[in-house]
Design a protein around this ligand. Structure first.
Ligand code: C2O
Length: 506
C-alpha cells in the first residue's frame, strides 16, 4: 500500500509543560506533529511544504536504511539541499524494516523546536504478534523554552568557552506531562518507547511493573526482563508490560533525565516527567518514589532474535577519536580526529554522483566533512575512542551496526591488541544509536552493503552544531550506476544557502 501525507511545516504556539508559551514547529497547524504509521513493504510518500517563512528545513526518517533511495535520507548538504521557505520536497521510499522509528528535521539543529515525531512500522510477521493485546506509543523528550535560533549562537559563542550545553527546562512524555494511560487488568501491552529529545538521555520505569524488552532500534530481541531502561536521545525500545490481575490502585510511569549530562543543575529544574498507568480513575495518582541509583538494562547484553552471527574480521577499520576543544577563537567545538565537521557547499551525495572515478577519493568531499570512502561489501569496524568526559549517543545512518565491545569507565583507547584478550559476543546486538561513555570506547561492525552517503554523528543536537559528524561514502561507483535522481531533487538548490543560523565556524 501507499501511505501518503501532505505536511505543511509552520510555526504554532504551544505550552506542553504548562509553564511557558512558545512558538514551535508544527505540521498542518498541529503540534505534537502526527505519528506516521505504516506496514512493512509500504511505499511512503510525504509532500513537505515549508511554510516557516524564516528557516529552511528537511526531514530524516531515523533508522531507515533507504536502500536504493539514499537521496530520500534527508540531511541537508549531505543527501539534499534544504527546502527553503516557500519551497517543497517530496520524500518517496519503500519501507522494508519493521519496528519503532522516528522522523525529524535534519537541517542544522532544528528538530528540538518541535519537528520530531514517532514513525511506527507494523509487521504482520512479527514474532511477538499474538503475545500482546494492545499497543501504546510513548515518546520521551527534553524541552526548551527558548528557540534553537537563539540558543545556538549563544552556545557557540566566546561567552561559553567550556561549551556548556543549554539545560532543558522540562521533560515531556508524548509531548505533555501528567498523562493518564488507562489500562485493563490481566492485559499485555506492547509499549513502544522513543526518545525524541535533543540532549538528555532518560531513565524509564513503571512502578510496580516489570518490562520485557523485545525490540531495540528496529531489531527484535530475545525477550529480556528488566525494571528500568535508559534511552539516549534517538534510541528506541519496545517492551511488553503485563498488567496486574487485580489492581485497585494506579502506578507512576517515570522518565528521569540523565543529569550527568548537564554542566549545571538549575534549582527549579524538575528532571522527572511522570505519567500514570491508571487501573481505577477514582483512585489517587501516587507520586513516584525517589530513586537514588539507576540500574537500567545493559543494552549490549541483549541478543538479537534472529541470532545473526558476529561479522567476520574487518576489511577496514575506522578509528574516531572524540575531543572537545577550541579553534583558537574562544568558542568550543567538537572533533573527530582533530577535525570539526562543517557542511560542504555541495551536498556530499551530489559530489559522489558527479565526480566519476574521483568519487573514491575522500578528498573530493571537502576537508571538513570527515569523509571515509568504503568499498562495496567490506566489513567495516568503527572504533570510537572518547577523549571527552561526557557520554555521547552515536548514530549511523543507513545501517544497523553490531555492538561488539564497550568499555564503560576510563576504558582508555581501544587498541587492536585488546582483541587478543577479548571475546566478542557470538551473536552481538545490533542497533542504530549507541552510547559511548565518557572517556570510554566502543567498537561497532557492519557490512557496507548499502551504497549511499551516510552520516555518522553524535545525536546530541548541541554536538551537531559543534561539528561532531563524519560522512561514510559507501560504494560510490556502484551508487553512480544505480541511483537516478528525479530532476526535481535539485530544485531547492537554486535558492542557495541557509535561512538558519548554523555552525559558527561554517
Ligand atoms: Cu536521527 Cu542524523 O539522525
Amino acid at each position: 500500500a501507499t501511505v501518503s501525507h501532505d505536511f505543511n511545516v509552520g510555526w504554532v504556539t504551544v505550552n506542553p509543560d504548562g509553564a511557558f508559551d512558545r512558538t514551535a514547529i508544527g505540521i498542518n497547524g498541529q503540534w505534537p506533529i502526527p505519528r506516521i504509521d505504516a506496514n512493512v513493504g509500504d511505499n511512503i510518500v510525504i509532500n513537505v511544504h515549508n511554510q516557516l517563512g524564516n528557516q529552511s528545513t528537511s526531514l530524516h526518517f531515523h533508522g531507515l536504511f533507504m536502500n536504493g533511495t539514499v537521496h530520500m535520507d534527508g540531511p541537508s548538504q549531505v543527501t539534499q539541499c534544504p527546502i527553503p521557505p516557500g519551497g517543497s520536497f517530496t520524500y518517496n521510499f519503500t519501507i522494508e524494516q519493521p519496528g519503532t522509528y522516528w522522523y525529524h528535521s535534519h537541517t542544522q539543529s532544528q528538530y528540538p523546536d518541535g519537528l520530531r515525531g514517532p514513525l511506527i512500522i507494523h509487521d504482520p510477521k512479527s514474532p511477538f504478534n499474538g503475545k500482546y493485546d494492545e499497543e501504546i506509543v510513548m515518546t520521551l523528550s527534553d524541552w526548551y523554552h527558548d528557540q534553537m535560533a537563539h540558543l545556538i549562537p549563544e552556545f557557540m559563542s566566546k561567552g561559553n568557552p567550556t561549551g556548556a550545553e543549554p539545560v532543558p527546562q522540562a521533560a515531556l512524555m508524548n509531548d505533555t506531562q501528567n498523562l493518564q494511560i488507562s489500562v485493563k487488568p490481566k492485559t499485555t501491552y506492547l509499549l513502544r518507547l522513543v526518545n525524541i529529545g535533543a540532549f538528555a538521555g532518560q531513565y524509564f520505569w513503571i512502578e510496580g511493573h516489570t518490562m520485557k524488552i523485545v525490540e531495540v532500534d528496529g531489531v527484535y530481541t530475545k525477550p529480556y526482563e528488566t525494571d528500568m531502561i535508559y534511552l539516549s536521545a534517538a534510541q528506541r525500545y519496545s517492551v511488553l508490560v503485563t498488567t496486574k490481575d487485580d489492581a485497585h490502585s494506579n502506578f507512576a510511569i517515570v522518565g528521569s533525565m540523565d543529569t550527568t549530562l548537564f554542566d549545571v543543575l538549575p534549582d527549579d529544574l524538575d528532571w522527572n516527567v511522570t505519567s500514570w498507568l491508571v487501573y481505577d480513575k477514582s483512585k489517587e495518582l501516587p507520586k513516584p518514589a525517589l530513586v537514588s541509583e539507576f540500574e537500567p538494562a545493559d543494552d549490549i547484553k541483549l541478543l538479537p532474535y534472529d541470532s545473526m552471527e558476529l561479522l567476520p574480521e574487518p576489511d577496514r577499520t575506522v578509528e574516531l577519536e572524540v575531543k572537545m576543544d577550541n579553534l583558537g577563537d574562544g568558542a568550543n567545538y567538537a572533533f573527530f580526529n582533530n577535525n570539526t565537521y562543517r557542511e560542504p557547499k555541495v551536498p556530499s551525495l551530489y559530489t559522489a554522483l558527479t565526480a566519476g572515478e574521483l568519487a573514491t577519493n575522500p578528498k573530493v568531499y571537502g576537508e571538513y566533512t570527515n569523509s571515509f570512502v568504503l568499498e562495496k561489501d567490506q566489513i567495516v569496524q568503527i572504533v570510537i575512542n572518547n577523549h571527552d568526559d561526557g557520554r555521547h549517543p552515536f548514530h549511523l545512518h543507513g545501517h544497523h551496526f553490531q555492538v561488539i565491545h564497550r568499555s564503560d569507565e576510563d576504558g582508555g583507547d581501544f587498541a587492536e591488541s585488546n582483541t587478543l584478550h577479548l571475546t566478542f559476543p557470538s551473536t552481538p546486538m545490533r542497533r542504530d544509536t549507541i552510547v559511548v561513555e565518557g572517556n570510554g570506547n566502543v567498537v561497532l561492525r557492519f557490512k557496507a552493503n548499502n551504497p549511499g552517503v551516510w552520516l555518522f554523528h553524535c545525536h546530541i543536537e548541541w554536538h551537531i552544531v559543534s561539528g561532531l559528524l563524519a560522512t561514510f561514502v559507501e560504494a560510490p561507483l556502484e551508487l553512480q550506476k544505480t541511483i537516478e535522481l528525479p530532476a526535481s531533487h535539485l530544485d531547492n538548490c537554486k535558492a542557495g544557502g541557509f535561512a538558519f543560523a548554523g555552525n559558527a565556524a561554517g
